[in-house]
Design a protein around this ligand. Structure first.
Ligand SMILES: CC(C)(COP(=O)(O)OP(=O)(O)OC[C@H]1O[C@@H](n2cnc3c(N)ncnc32)[C@H](O)[C@@H]1OP(=O)(O)O)[C@@H](O)C(=O)NCCC(=O)NCCS
Length: 416
């Protein structure tokens, strides 16, 4: 593992040179001020939010932030979007190459055969309150899956497990979606592809091409994305030799936050609140004056437009209601201009979440199913990263900089 200056630290434990531009801590509480020995960890770089720290070597995907490029296993995302199906991309990420026809058929068949949920997982979902957030239901469902099928999800994650959990995640979401509406879960149909099957299990009717085709492109675009927060979470959990469902449960929790995958429903909320093209400017002015972050803009790595946003914008234009697309486009244009005025030099661009909202709404999903649908796609990336981590595992255990006191004396409770 390497930091951006070439430092080397497998398992994040080695001393590294100061990364250029890292916001390092000047304060060293363990130095001679209190008479204790200097802590070697205190001299290590401390980039805020681990910015620029390379936490693992991966051949899966890479975000070229300056260029605005995303590559899966050597293929630019533009090579795959709209051409490769989701299962083909899953195969690519898991195996490192595209499948031939027989290999693809075999994977489709295995995914189809793995969609049914154990009774105890369904019982767990039934026990949840109907107003629970779908991401909470997913986190709970994956955790319940690990307990229900502990013989399958043992301590050494493998491809069979990756396929099993990838096939079951949409079923968990669809079952909860129906249960909260007072409807029974729909048994999966193995002959359908992932995008078709997810929509079929959600709505209980034959999915229309105008819905499942854009959903499939969305799933391809979101399948993996370098060392994002939820992927890092999955790799950390896997590195302890925990099981795959634990790693995916943790990753779902990380994805839920609005700074990561939780933004698209908030984009929809924002656009609904704005309501009309005439209200774009006053709404954005009020939000930015109040110090709010505009959902769907900015990225830790991209300092150019997110290539997924560009593809999704085109899809949104085709798939969504023209008035809603016009509102989205005006909001985007004004937001970019105002962010540049107010945060000059920060290079804040449209991210993947902004047009995900329009595309997923056009597919027929309600806002609170947007981030869960992101999880349907990303389960492929998470599981592929776990398999890669386990192929050359070392416990991921970084250092912290201790900033507390060290010289206190215990006082009995009566004396406090
Ligand atoms: C994605 C995100 C978390 C990246 O954060 P980060 O790399 O930690 O960036 P920072 O928080 O250091 O932000 C850098 C500066 O840009 C500003 N900024 C970043 N994103 C912004 C946004 N969406 N709206 C307004 N200002 C934003 C910050 O306020 C900060 O300004 P400052 O230096 O004056 O304090 C951040 O851009 C964000 O919160 N975006 C909105 C949520 C979102 O769309 N999430 C989905 C991500 S795919």
């Amino acid at each position: 593992m390497f930091d951006r200056n070439g430092g080397h630290g497998r398992g994040l434990d080695a001393e590294r040179p100061e990364p250029a531009g890292a916001r390092s801590q000047e304060h060293n509480p363990m130095s001679s001020a209190n008479g204790t020995q200097a802590d070697p960890a205190a001299s290590l770089p401390k980039p805020e939010g681990l910015e620029g720290v390379v936490a693992a070597a991966t051949a899966l995907s890479h975000v070229f932030g300056e260029e605005g490029r995303l590559v899966y296993r050597g293929y630019d995302i533009h090579e795959l979007a709209g051409k490769a199906g989701f299962e083909e991309v899953a195969y690519l990420l898991w195996h490192g190459r595209l499948p031939n026809g027989a290999e693809l058929d075999d994977l489709r068949q295995r995914l189809g055969a793995n969609r049914a949920l154990p009774e105890s997982v369904l019982a767990t979902l039934r026990a949840l309150p109907g107003d629970a957030e779908p991401m909470d239901a997913l986190r709970t469902g994956v955790s319940a899956l690990g307990a229900a099928e502990h013989g399958l999800f043992d301590a050494t994650p493998d491809l069979d497990e990756a396929i099993a959990v990838t096939a079951r995640v949409p079923s968990i979401l669809a079952a909860f979606f129906r249960l909260r509406r007072g409807e029974e879960p729909v048994p999966p149909r193995p002959e359908l592809n992932t995008a078709q099957s997810y929509l079929y299990q959600l709505f209980g009717r034959e999915p229309e091409p105008r819905h499942w085709r854009p959903l499939e492109v969305y799933l391809v675009l979101l399948a993996d994305h370098g060392m994002n927060a939820s992927t890092f979470t999955a790799r950390v959990i896997a590195s302890t030799q925990s099981d795959l469902c634990s790693a995916i449960t943790g990753a779902v929790g990380a994805l839920k936050g609005p700074l990561h995958g939780g933004a698209p429903s908030k984009v929809l909320d924002m656009l609904n609140e704005i309501g009309s093209v005439a209200n774009v400017e006053p709404w954005l002015t009020r939000a930015l004056d109040g110090g709010e972050r505009l959902m769907g803009f900015g990225h830790r790595v991209y300092k150019a437009e997110d290539p997924r946003a560009e593809i999704l914008r085109g899809m949104a234009e085709e798939a969504s209601d023209p008035a809603f697309f016009a509102l989205s486009k005006t909001t985007e244009e004004r937001a970019l201009a105002m962010l540049e005025e107010r945060k000059p030099g920060r290079r804040l661009y449209t991210n993947v979440e902004f047009y995900s909202a329009a595309v997923l709404a056009a597919v027929g999903l309600p806002g609170d199913m947007f981030t869960p649908t992101f999880a349907v796609a990303r389960t492929v990336g998470w599981t592929a990263h776990v398999l890669e981590q386990m192929a050359n595992n070392r416990l991921i255990r970084p250092q912290s900089e201790f900033v507390g006191p060290t010289d206190k004396h215990f006082a009995a409770i009566e004396a406090r």
